[in-house]
Design a protein around this ligand. Structure first.
Ligand code: URA
Length: 216
């Protein structure tokens, strides 16, 4: 079975994606564009996902209304994978100001392209009621995301309450993730067909972490 992929057709998303793909974009503009993508992709992800409640309010014109508010009593967490996801998360957080943020660190082995967890801020026990937003800018092989999903679900998270925000997802990653977590919701700005021999996405945008933080 496949993942549930949403690629929103929006001029703002198209614009900031092209800024990120352009090799001449300097670091500050690249990071700002990633944050914008985090904002707009989170906006699209949340459309049918955030819990709401009915409240009674009164307007300054003495009219009583039944209105809708977000229900912040229901827990939600953002889980950014260090370090490339930090730039994307900058844009996610203002939309979800009450969300907890559990940072995790995975380092990719350049030889095997497999990721190893070197740091986890995820609590030992998670509530199955908690919603999780996972910002992962580049879904190249999908290996890191699958490892993170395993970590979250082994600690009690409900797969159905997890959503992923990505900038570019490769087709091979979507297939692999779909086999492991059918129906998982992924919102991304683009789907690219291929990986190169180093497991970089082609055409892609290069190394998102290096470009966001000015490293090589
Ligand atoms: N990580 C990146 O930053 N870019 C890729 O193309 C693949 C993994």
């Amino acid at each position: 079975m496949a993942v549930n992929v949403l690629v929103p057709q929006h001029p703002l998303i198209g614009h900031f994606l092209s800024v990120c793909r352009d090799r001449t974009t300097p670091m500050p503009q690249f990071r700002a564009a990633m944050a914008e993508l985090g904002r707009w992709l989170t906006y699209e992800t949340c459309r049918d996902w955030l819990p709401t409640q009915k409240v009674e309010i009164e307007t300054p014109l003495d009219v009583k209304l039944s209105a809708t508010r977000l229900d912040w009593e229901q827990p939600i967490a953002i889980v950014p994978i260090l370090r490339a996801a930090l730039a994307l998360t900058e844009g996610c957080m203002p939309l979800l100001p009450h969300a907890r943020v559990y940072h995790v660190g995975y380092r990719r082995d350049e030889e095997t392209a497999e990721a190893h967890c070197y740091m986890s801020g995820v609590p030992d026990k998670l509530s199955p009621q908690e919603r999780f937003l996972l910002p992962e800018p580049m879904l190249a092989t999908g290996g890191t995301l699958i490892q993170l999903m395993q970590e979250l679900t082994s600690r009690g998270a409900d797969t159905a309450k997890i959503r992923v925000v990505s900038v570019i997802a490769s087709r091979p990653a979507l297939q692999r993730i779909g086999a492991a977590y059918p129906g998982l919701h992924i919102t991304c700005a683009a789907i690219d067909d291929k990986l190169d021999e180093r497991s970089y996405i082609v055409p892609g945008l290069g190394d998102a972490g290096d470009r966001a933080f000015g490293t090589e």
